[in-house]
Write a protein that binds this ligand. Structure first.
Ligand SMILES: Nc1ncnc2c1ncn2[C@@H]1O[C@H](COP(=O)(O)OP(=O)(O)OP(=O)(O)O)[C@@H](O)[C@H]1O
Length: 360
């Protein structure tokens, strides 16, 4: 497998007055599984299509290794593509679909057979080689698309929502399979999805996009645990957001905050934003404690319980319209509390992130 690094250098794409991709710069390492994540219209498909060569950018450059590829036609970029618009050929068998790109490149029959056999095995399609696409399940068809994209040994593999047309079970199964396959052959991969779970599970790094720009580029762990912006904190996973007022220092790197229902100490992750503040903390980082036990915390009343089997969700009302979501686990032999119980919500200082509120 050749595999190369990819550099996207201040790439912009305009459509008339609107801007789909706005000065994006990214360096993707050789062999990396890199995901562009964002909601509909954020520009991720546009960026991927620019890398593929289907769209010409308004400004900026794309490099594979040290080579600028902007003037190369899509078929000369040596990319493997798994796009929704890139369906398999219905009249060709699985083997012929996979062999297609190799024949187009003029490889010898014996070499084509060897490579096709390898990828049939890697994608677990060996027993289905003679079948036509209509005789395959959706997941099997998608594995043919994958094998066809990978068998040409592309420098870069580009995938746009490859699992979106499959049912949940097949999606969950295939995302693990795609990642394992990518690791095995080590191809640099750019993957587009709006599904955050998919992104967190599969990627080495994720770029969260919004309005054509990058909000944060980091490992899944950092994206989740150290969101750089309020948008990322609200987009990835679940967070409680509460207005906070800075009440002074609380030891090195810590600040005291006044929130609805009481006070918290928060560990600073960077500079304290100027002006108004919002504190963010995740439902699973909250401990329900007795209200009069002393220590830090916000005091409120249990307003709702959702029993979900293994987990239990609590909604705690702090007054003034502020409801906090708490995630707990259901332990055998432990009774559920009664609605109306008073609690102090304990949160570790390191689990609190501070942001300037978003201006609507
Ligand atoms: N041909 C076009 N002409 C004008 N605007 C376009 C065109 N193609 C895309 N756009 C706009 O560019 C923006 C980015 O689109 P893009 O398809 O890249 O988003 P996306 O994040 O991939 O969304 P989705 O997940 O819905 O495909 C959107 O606002 C879209 O409306």
């Amino acid at each position: 497998m050749a595999s190369t690094s990819v550099r996207i250098d201040t790439v912009t794409k305009r459509y008339g007055d609107s801007i789909a991709v706005d000065g994006v710069s990214l360096a993707i390492a050789k062999g990396e599984f890199f995901t562009l994540l964002g909601s509909s219209g954020c520009g991720k498909t546009t960026l991927l299509r620019i890398v593929a060569g289907f769209l010409k950018q308004t400004g900026g450059r794309v490099l594979f290794g040290d080579t600028c590829i902007d003037d190369l036609a899509p078929q000369h970029r040596n990319t493997g593509m798994v796009f929704q618009s890139y369906a398999i050929f219905p009249h060709l068998s699985v083997v012929d679909n996979i062999a297609y790109g190799l024949r187009a490149r003029g490889l010898k029959a014996a070499e084509i057979k060897r490579k096709v056999d390898t990828y049939l095995e890697l994608t677990r399609l060996s027993h289905l080689g003679h079948r036509k696409p209509r005789e395959l399940s959706g997941g099997q068809q998608q594995r043919v698309v994958l094998a066809r994209a990978m068998v040409i040994e592309p420098d870069v593999l580009l995938m746009d929502e490859p699992l979106s047309n499959l049912d949940t079970e097949m999606r969950i199964h295939l995302r693990t399979e795609i990642r394992a396959l990518q690791r095995k052959i080590g191809v640099t991969t750019i993957y587009v999805t709006h599904d955050q779970e998919e992104a967190l599970l599969m990627s080495d790094r994720i770029a969260v996009m919004r309005g054509g720009r990058l909000e944060q580029v980091a490992s899944p762990h950092d994206i989740y645990n150290r969101p750089a912006t309020r948008f990322v904190a609200s987009f990835i996973g679940e967070n409680n957001f509460l207005p906070a007022v800075h009440r002074g220092e609380a030891g090195p790197g810590h600040v005291r905050l006044e929130l609805p229902g009481g006070q918290f100490t928060a560990k600073l992750r960077g500079d304290l934003p100027a002006g108004a503040l919002e504190a963010a903390f995740r439902p699973q980082d909250i401990e329900l404690c007795p209200p009069d036990g002393g220590g830090d915390g916000l005091v409120g009343t249990l307003a709702d319980i959702q029993f979900l089997g293994g987990t239990v969700r609590y909604a705690v009302d702090l007054g003034g319209g502020h409801l906090v979501q708490v995630a707990g686990s259901n332990r055998s032999g432990v009774a559920l509390p009664a609605i109306g119980t008073r609690y102090r919500l304990g949160v570790s200082p390191a689990a609190i992130a501070l942001f300037a509120p978003e201006v609507a």
